[in-house]
Design a binder for this molecule. Structure first.
Ligand code: SF4
Length: 730
């Protein structure tokens, strides 16, 4: 594999979207051919073909197949934009735009201190960009206020995984291991739509009748578990934790837990066992609505599949549906407790994992974008970690700021007395993707300076004072870390249009202008391979150790037929470390090597149904769109298939409320109002409506979602809130 100039052969890279990071080849158009097709439409600069890779088995979903369209979006940003005195964004030179940003940042910091500036990153940035952004915030700006959109999607799983196992890697095993399991318990994840090639990894469990899907909605994935192929449990929204407590209760009550494993490999099992004693299935049924017999059946199914009882293996997997909750960390902890009671984690062919969503949702959280972490997944309040990373950065450890505020708290503080007055946004569309979106828009409007780096004029970019156009995906070199902790090479196949530049260049230019004398002059290289080498040194000895990796090693490994290398991969000697496909085989990354079981209990969602807001709202994704839709709304084939937001409601509810199929529905919560076209379906419970979150404006469901957060992880409760539903007069 190699970078190809336009006109050369295919370039081996990966999809720009989700964490499955499907393999694809990009064939650049021959020079001179990239103009228009017979219909007068701009020809795409690359042709996408799927490539055999373990996560996708040679397949791609609709998003992957059509991803080249994003490279030539009609409104692609190709020059910096600066808001003028007339209030309009107008083209500017890079020098003018960067001088303006640096000047205003310096003035704000001089007037109000470094905390007057905040940075917001993204889980789609390459590892190199994520690393450089964290370093820029902490060494050049010297602000503690950096966090990223992974706080919205990964933080509860990360908090629970770190607490239990000592380190968090979404799947601590190759995704292909799933094929050999008899049972897979999948909680809150609609993989059949969000990452369709993943569904092939569920085939073994389906054939064994062992796919168990927990989802309040009969999603495309839940339908895979229908009939003889598995079980769909459809709890009341916000009660997944009760399902898990009851499953563990049954295991213990019926003597199905793996006692030898619990004694040898865990701590805290006695307290946890006592804590679930009160969750017998009939009581759980009164809260979660899942029949007690179904709970018993699933617990027995799981136990029979566990190696301790002679089964071929079982997995417990969580997704955003159970994590984006004020009980998110507790719910993932309960899922881990269940997996530990079955004796699964750290056993080949069995385990626990969470399904990361964003393309670099795993790597994005490892290299220093989180408000409480330094590169290598190190805690920012750990003196040894600060000393190590400061040494790599060539700065005084005492100059590094301490922890900042998690995303929701940071956004709430923007523009307030004592809060940040400037925000730099990288690869994130906050006014669509953050909860309580109307308040977020107000906070952004209250800033002295909003700078957005992006590839298209997203809803957030349109609010900015300065917009800086960036390279994307097929226009850049770098690495991504997929949902398995597998480090992959992203490769350049085409040149970026116009004056779009990599964030690495933008950060280097800002660092130079800000005259950060306390940072070495060459602190921000623009060569991604050099940035990776520094990232690897910064991660050395940390929980996510990349120090044995480099672009050159990843390229050589791939050229020899190897599909990426897994962290931890420490530097030798002796020899080259092979990487770690399967973690925890010899013990967990805790001080005593045991997994920690932690007592958790059900408290219910922050925003429960009540008079005036009697209906649950759950949110999610559709196959054709990704995140805020900033990319996929610009792909004609996808936009044609799902052109507008909609709300699913049960025919019984629609009839009762007078909202006809195809009519307009208004959803109102304590935060705001959203309107969308109604679709009747019995896939949702009669007490629940569902709405996808890929749209801004009037159809943005996050105008009504709650910004209540999980107390441990800071993750907002996107997945359940209370609304009133009324018809919109025609
Ligand atoms: Fe891309 Fe994810 Fe679809 Fe694969 S499943 S093609 S990585 S969006």
């Amino acid at each position: 594999p190699a970078t190809a100039a336009a006109g050369d052969g295919p370039v081996a890279t990966h999809c720009p979207y989700c964490a499955l990071q499907c393999g694809m080849d990009l064939t650049p158009a021959r020079p001179g051919v990239v103009d228009t097709d017979a219909g007068g439409r701009p020809r795409l600069p690359v042709t996408v073909t799927p490539r055999q890779f373990p996560t996708n088995g040679g397949g791609l979903c609709q998003k992957g197949w059509t991803s080249a369209s994003v490279l030539r979006a009609g409104d692609r940003l190709t020059t910096p934009l600066v808001r003028g005195a007339d209030g309009e964004l107008a083209p500017a030179t890079w020098d003018d735009a960067l001088d303006l940003v640096a000047g205003r940042l310096a003035a704000l910091a001089a007037e109000r201190g470094p905390e007057a500036v905040a940075v917001f990153g993204g889980g789609g940035l390459t590892n190199e960009k994520a690393y450089a952004l964290g370093k820029f915030a902490r060494t050049v700006l010297r602000t503690p206020h950096i966090d990223y959109n992974g706080r919205f999607c990964m933080s509860s799983a990360a908090a629970a995984g770190t607490r239990a196992f000592g380190v968090d890697r979404g799947l601590p095993f190759p995704v292909t291991d799933l094929a050999g399991a008899d049972v897979i318990l999948l909680l809150g994840s609609n993989v059949a739509e969000t990452m369709p090639p993943f569904a092939a990894h569920l085939a073994g469990a389906r054939a064994a009748g062992g796919l168990v899907v927990v989802d309040p909605r009969r999603s495309a994935t839940a339908r895979l578990a229908g009939g003889a192929e598995g079980v769909h449990l459809q709890p009341v929204p916000g009660t997944d934790l009760v399902v898990l407590l009851a499953l563990l209760h049954v295991l213990l009550a019926e003597g199905l837990a793996d006692r030898a494993y619990l004694a040898a490999r865990t701590s805290g099992s006695g307290d946890v066992a006592r804590s679930v004693a009160a969750w017998w299935p009939e009581r759980a049924e009164t809260v979660c609505g899942v029949p007690a017999e179904d709970l018993r059946r699933v617990a027995r199914l799981l136990a029979a599949a566990s190696p301790a009882r002679g089964g071929r293996g079982a997995y417990v997997l969580t997704g955003r549906g159970v994590e984006q909750s004020t009980q998110g960390t507790a719910t993932v902890t309960a899922a881990i407790n269940l997996a530990l009671a079955l004796g699964l984690p750290g056993l080949p062919g069995s385990g626990f994992g969470c399904l990361t969503g964003q393309g670099n949702g795993q790597g994005g959280r490892e290299h220093g974008q989180k408000c409480d972490q330094l590169p290598g997944y190190r805690r920012i309040d750990d003196p040894a970690a600060r000393e190590h990373v400061a040494g790599v950065w060539g700065v005084d450890p005492g100059s590094l700021p301490g922890p900042g505020r998690p995303a929701v708290a940071m956004l709430a503080s923007l523009g307030t007395a004592g809060g940040p007055r400037a925000l730099l946004v990288h690869g994130s569309n906050l006014v669509v993707s953050a909860p309580d979106a109307d308040r977020v828009r107000e906070r952004l409007a209250a800033l002295d300076l909003l700078v957005v780096c992006d590839v298209v004029p997203s809803e957030t970019a349109r609010l900015a004072d300065v917009v800086l156009p960036t390279t994307q995906w097929a226009e850049e070199e770098g690495t991504m870390t997929n949902l398995e902790g597998r480090v992959l090479r992203r490769r350049r196949a085409v040149e970026a249009p116009g004056e779009a530049r990599s964030e690495l260049w933008i950060l280097a230019e800002l660092a130079r202008r800000l005259g950060a004398g306390h940072v070495p002059g060459d602190a921000f290289p623009t060569d991604p391979a050099a940035v990776f080498d520094e990232l690897a040194r910064a991660s050395a000895g940390g929980p996510a150790d990349y120090s044995g990796l480099s672009h050159a090693r990843l390229d050589a490994h791939e050229a020899a037929g190897g599909p990426g290398l897994y962290w931890p991969c420490p530097a030798g000697p002796p020899g080259e470390h092979p990487g770690t496909p399967r973690m925890f085989l010899d013990g967990f990354a805790t001080p005593d090597g045991r997994a920690r079981m932690v007592v958790v209990d059900h408290a219910g969602p922050a925003d429960d149904v009540r008079p005036g807001a009697p209906t649950y709202l759950v949110t999610g994704r559709v196959l054709q769109h990704y995140q805020s839709g900033a990319q996929t709304h610009r792909v004609p084939e996808l936009e044609r298939l799902v052109p507008e937001p909609y709300v699913e409601l049960h025919p019984l509810l629609g009839t009762r409320l007078g909202v006809p199929d195809g009519g307009r529905a208004r959803l109102a919560s304590a935060r705001g109002v959203v309107e969308a076209t109604a679709r009747w379906t019995d896939a949702v419970r009669p007490d629940t409506v569902f709405m996808p979150f890929h749209w801004g404006g009037e159809g943005s469901v996050n105008r009504v979602t709650s910004d209540a957060v999980d107390p441990v992880s800071g993750m907002p409760e996107f997945k359940v809130c209370a609304v009133s539903v009324t018809p919109v007069p025609a």
